[in-house]
Design a protein around this ligand. Structure first.
Ligand code: ZN
Length: 243
């Protein structure tokens, strides 16, 4: 089985379509959606519709997904993010809102655990930003591999008791039985690692290989739509910076 793991699309249809185009040549068997389909970008409804059309094997709740349908408190969101959530809520139709409300916080599919933020109280949507954060989730996972999103920074952590090693983004790892792996798939629609290209992961279960990949997309088009929609300029301009 070859899985495509897609996270944090954030209403960016141009980035999603570029990734899908790239993935069409990757012999993907199943799609996994890791949350935050909406928020920030100009196309929440089209993104939900498109992502659902892939018939994902699993679709996990993100804080923006739940925030836009009143399922999580957004008082901790910054001004621009909160503005975008309120805008997004107005754009959703009943069917899409119902879909977001029904998303689970955690799922286990074969060798994979899937969660948007971290396994420590998943409904709090904590960030995994360093080895210590990664350790907490890796000590809780019951499968060899766990995929997360949320920070928009792709990366792979490898863990064995009393041994924590961090791989740099863009790397490819072979799953070894002695280790557990925590993979942040990065963000399709709003990367924050300084590389503006859309980020996603591919897990080849039979070969035991995880790889993070990047693809360029039409950033200008996505930006123009956001400006036309009246979304905050800081959200528009950060797409080009990848921050
Ligand atoms: Zn996100």
């Amino acid at each position: 089985m070859r899985y495509a793991i897609i996270s944090d699309i954030h209403g960016n249809l141009e980035a999603l379509e570029a990734a899908a185009q790239e993935l069409s040549g990757e012999r993907i068997d199943e799609f996994i959606l890791l949350g935050d389909m909406v928020g920030y970008g100009a196309d929440p409804l089209a993104v939900i519709k498109t992502a659902r059309s892939y018939g994902p094997k699993a679709s996990i709740a993100g804080n923006h997904d739940w925030g836009s349908v009143g399922m999580t408190d957004i008082s901790g969101f910054n001004k621009e993010a909160a503005f975008a959530i309120r805008w997004t809520a107005k754009m959703l139709d009943e069917d899409s809102a119902g879909y977001l409300k029904g998303l689970p916080l955690v799922a286990i599919i074969g060798n994979m655990t899937l969660v948007h933020g971290s396994l420590e109280n998943p409904s709090e949507f904590n960030y995994i930003l360093n080895d210590g954060d990664a350790y907490i989730t890796m000590s809780l996972m019951k499968t060899p591999v766990c995929f997360v999103g949320h920070s928009h920074v792709p990366g792979i952590y490898r863990y064995k008791p009393r041994d924590l090693e961090v791989f740099s983004a863009g790397s490819k790892v072979s799953i070894e039985p002695a280790y557990r792996y925590l993979v942040n798939a990065g963000s399709i629609g709003q990367p924050r690692d300084g590389d503006p290209r859309a980020s996603y992961a591919i897990f080849d279960e039979a070969r035991g290989v995880v790889e993070i990949k990047r693809v360029s997309y039409d950033i200008t088009k996505a930006q123009r739509k956001m400006l036309d929609a009246g979304l905050p300029a800081t959200l528009v301009y950060r797409l080009r910076e990848g921050k």
